[in-house]
Unconditional design. Structure first.
Length: 284
């Protein structure tokens, strides 16, 4: 069976997008594993399904490369908005997307009939251990120190975590370029304090308007970036008094404009690109 797909990149994540309308019942967990094999460079960070919704304009389901269904990714949501507009599934410039992490509001910038920018209002960050979830007795997991065994060396790392519908942990460092992310990333991702694995954002505050990050995505490895990772870095940098409520966050894939507004809502803004379209030959 051939499944039409579109591969898209949103300044941080590569996903394969599939419109499920008209498709038969399929084991999407299995498809996610097949289509997301990073060695073939097809699926990148995973699979995203665009589905009908009774609560919003569209519903998004997202799967990690290991086949597990995730809750939400800010970059994936932004690309969904471009996907449905570019594929003429809607002519709306303000779009709502239903995710397991809640309803997300998106605002498209259109020039000459093309989507050139997408702003996603991804809601309020949730700091409680119940939402992250994390094995912590405090009401918030904020600026906590944990012991991490990295190649036999015990490191004491100060970190903070929150949930956007998927868990993110941020660690502020002075040097990103020489960081051994391939060793430290999985040590934190799989730390026993996390009831579920966590995404890890390594961040360097340049000044009050600029932050730089590298992202370790659970189940994937280092990615070219992550929208919710950018938001996590800004939220905690602001809480620590290191930056303003609005800043540009630079990742390998490109910059995102991030704002934590006075109502507590976080917005991310940046473009999305169609990499290629094709058909995947799925065998049940």
């Amino acid at each position: 069976m051939k499944i039409p797909f579109t591969k898209m990149q949103a300044y941080g994540n590569d996903y394969v997008y599939v419109n499920v309308e008209g498709l038969p019942e399929i084991n999407w967990n299995e498809v996610a594993v097949q289509i997301s094999d990073r060695h073939f460079g097809v699926g990148g960070d995973g699979l995203v399904l665009v589905c009908p919704s009774e609560k919003a304009d569209f519903r998004m389901r997202i799967f990690d490369p290991d086949g597990t269904e995730a809750e939400m990714c800010g970059n994936a949501v932004r690309s969904v908005a471009k996907y449905v507009y570019s594929h003429k599934m809607t002519d709306k410039e303000n779009i709502t997307i239903e995710t397991l992490g809640g309803i997300k509001n998106l605002y498209l910038t259109i020039e000459d009939g093309e989507v050139v920018n997408i702003e996603a209002e991804i809601g309020k960050p949730v700091f409680t251990p119940e939402a992250i979830p994390v094995d912590c007795e405090n009401d918030e997991f904020f600026n906590e120190k944990i012991k991490v065994n990295v190649d036999g060396r015990i490191m004491h790392i100060a970190m903070s975590s929150l949930s956007w519908g998927n868990p993110h942990t941020v660690i502020f460092v002075d040097d990103l370029e020489s960081l051994d992310i391939e060793t430290i990333g999985p040590a934190i991702e799989n730390h026993p304090i996390f009831a579920k694995r966590t995404n890890v954002t390594f961040a360097r505050v340049i000044d009050r308007k600029n932050i730089q990050i590298r992202e370790w995505e659970r189940g994937c490895g280092e990615t070219i970036g992550c929208g919710t990772g950018c938001c996590t870095a800004l939220v905690f940098a602001n809480r620590l008094g290191l930056c303003d409520r609005e800043a540009t966050v630079m990742q390998i894939g490109g910059p995102l404009e991030v704002k934590w507004d006075d109502e507590g809502l976080v917005h991310m803004k940046g473009p999305s690109f169609t990499v290629f379209e094709g058909e995947y030959d799925y065998e049940a």
